[in-house]
Design a protein around this ligand. Structure first.
Ligand code: CP
Length: 320
């Protein structure tokens, strides 16, 4: 694995899941793999789980994580080629990224979409420019359109919880929210579940919330949430803003919030959410505080996903 940006960077998802679960069983089994290696962690946006779990993962491998809050502490970066930098940006990524490439062995980056310009966001300019100019492996800590460490974690958690011989039914359901949120988590979850190929996958959302088909292709899409929930083994709850008429909130119907009554339609489903979650807007207290919720286990598994990915990249560097 050279970079970790999407499911397409992974040749065998099950093997990465097994590696993550092996680290969960024995976190320090490769405590020297990252000796004398530095992992740069650049944040252009806030984060709690991604920041802490990736830091712990690097430390478990004996590597030194160095966090740089670019949004608060760094120079404002320019990403456009041939930009005339007479505005607010102070340093071009073309100048900054090679320096980071010399400071670090792996570069991890967290950025969000603008939600204003679909073409810009979906071109993944920021992370692609770091790949182009840093010269070292780049790991996405969430990009404009995808959140691969979250999705790997989600597959790890489903693998841990589901022990039956048949395929699980996994439902991704849209949920209401007060703000326009990125499509990253929903795109990424869809991409990974489809690439994994070991589930019956259904996506449900109100009309006008269709996601980019490049990620959902392979899943069944319906606007009927009750029909989607029938016999589900896992319900993944997430809000996203509109993709077609980009970055809007069209419908915020509170009826789409998952409740215990709706869960009765499922096969005693486990409920997942990437967190942070707005309680009683996106997901009800009764679900989050009840026995169906596995959100804490899910978020805790972020460490093992990050550790498996960093380890695979470090092993690749060892072989060179
Ligand atoms: N799920 C997730 O990415 O959480 P943070 O935004 O806190 O990192």
């Amino acid at each position: 694995m050279k970079n970790f940006i999407s499911a397409a960077d992974v040749t065998n998802i099950d093997s990465l899941v097994s590696s993550a679960l092996a680290y969960k069983a024995d976190p320090l089994k490769d405590k020297s793999l990252g000796a004398n290696k530095r992992v740069g962690m650049l944040f252009l946006n806030p984060s709690m789980r991604t920041r802490l779990s990736t830091q712990i993962a690097a430390q478990n491998l004996g590597a030194e994580p160095i966090i740089f809050n670019v949004d608060k502490e760094g120079w404002a970066l320019e990403f456009e080629e041939e930009a005339i930098m007479s505005g607010n940006t102070v340093e071009h990524v073309k100048d900054a990224a090679p320096v980071m490439g010399n400071y670090f062995d792996i570069l991890c980056i967290r950025t969000f979409p603008s939600l204003k310009n679909k073409e810009d966001d979906y071109s993944e300019l920021c992370i692609n420019q770091f790949i182009k100019y840093s010269g070292i492996p780049v790991v996405s800590l969430e990009s404009a359109t995808l959140h691969p460490l979250q999705s790997l974690t989600d597959i790890i958690t489903i693998t841990e919880k589901f022990k039956e011989k048949r395929k699980p039914k996994i439902v991704l359901t849209w949920a209401p929210h007060v703000k326009a949120l990125p499509q990253c988590v929903a795109n990424s979850f869809s991409q990974w579940v489809n690439a994994w190929g070991k589930a019956d996958f259904v996506i449900t959302h109100p009309e006008d919330y269709e996601l980019d088909p490049q990620f959902t292709k392979g899943g069944t899409i319906t606007h009927d949430q009750d029909a989607a929930l029938k016999d589900a083994d896992f319900v993944y709850v997430k809000n996203w803003s509109t993709y077609e008429d980009y970055g809007k909130i069209y419908n915020n119907d509170p009826e789409w919030m998952l409740t215990n009554e709706k869960l009765l339609l499922t096969n005693n489903a486990k409920v997942m959410h990437c967190l942070p979650v707005r309680r009683n807007v996106e997901l009800s207290d009764e679900i989050l505080d009840g026995p169906s919720s596995i959100v804490t286990q899910e978020a805790s598994n972020r460490v093992w996903a990050a550790q498996a990915v960093l380890a695979e990249i470090l092993r690749g560097k060892e072989r060179k």
